[in-house]
Ligand binder design. Structure first.
Ligand SMILES: Nc1ncnc2c1ncn2[C@@H]1O[C@H](COP(=O)(O)OP(=O)(O)OP(=O)(O)O)[C@@H](O)[C@H]1O
Ligand SMILES: [Mg+2]
Length: 233
């Protein structure tokens, strides 16, 4: 029986989450060990750590894209650790928005079609969603780019489209895995400022993996991931 999260107000709670990968040489590779974490509504959290320390693995487990080996993950009061993958996908639609290092936009779709995709999948009222998407395009200063396909956008522009897509359904949590890793310092700073502003406006919590100390300083709860454990900075 999984332990319940202690704070009823948390949107995500991890209880003693561990992850081991099978290895041909040793028995298992421990990546995450007994991690517990609660994320409150609207909180901003950063995670730093060396390459291979398990940051993406942790984010994927929190986002229900990957399963932990032990421990429990709660979205609100629901334990998703043993929920079927398709059930997780449905629950995730309105709850979590993802932004990855490579924007992961669909190459055949225009910027606007990419941003509307989560709304189409969730079978939302498209007329209303188009209006909300237009607002996001304005906020992100990419209105003139909405009919372009990703190949005809710069890296910084693609990441702004990815931010709009992640926020389209006003998720309670945005998970961003090195979203500015491919951008120059200036474009990275613009993207992070916009992301923080929009998360504040939409009351979305933000879980950000970044190596940039300037961005870490802007977060309410900075953590380092080291030897499988999370340490507050
Ligand atoms: N499917 C897998 N099978 C075996 N080992 C894996 C698998 N996925 C990840 N790993 C290992 O788990 C560890 C953590 O990987 P992860 O991708 O979470 O690291 P990271 O901190 O995100 O690194 P980076 O900063 O390079 O993105 C690494 O040693 C990696 O090789
Ligand atoms: Mg990673």
């Amino acid at each position: 029986m999984p332990l319940k999260p202690s704070a009823a107000s948390s949107i995500v709670a991890l209880k003693n989450v561990s992850k081991y990968f099978p290895s041909p040489n040793t028995q298992t590779i421990p990546v995450l060990q007994n991690i517990s974490l609660e994320i409150a509504p609207g909180q901003t959290i950063s995670i730093t750590g060396e390459s291979g320390s398990g940051k993406s693995t942790l984010l994927n487990i929190i986002g229900g894209l990957e399963r932990s080996t032990a421990g429990s993950v709660f979205w609100k009061e629901k334990c998703i650790s043993e929920a079927p993958i398709d059930r997780c996908a449905t629950l995730r639609q309105n709850f979590i928005g993802f932004i990855f290092q490579a924007s992961n936009l669909i190459p055949e779709l225009t910027a606007l079609e990419n941003v509307l995709l989560p709304a189409r999948i969730a079978k939302k009222d498209l007329r209303k969603c188009k209006y909300l998407a237009e607002v996001l395009f304005q906020r992100l200063a990419i209105v003139s780019l909405k009919n372009r396909i990703p190949a005809n956008l710069s890296g910084g522009e693609r990441q702004r489209v990815a931010i709009a897509r992640a926020l389209m359904l006003r998720p309670e949590l945005v998970i961003a895995d090195e979203p500015t890793g491919n951008l120059d310092e200036n474009n990275a700073a613009i993207a992070i400022e916009l992301l923080l502003e929009l998360c504040r406006e939409y009351h979305s919590a933000l879980l950000l993996v970044t190596h940039n100390p300037r961005f870490v300083k802007k977060m309410q709860r900075p953590f380092a991931l080291q030897s499988g454990n999370l340490y507050p900075l």
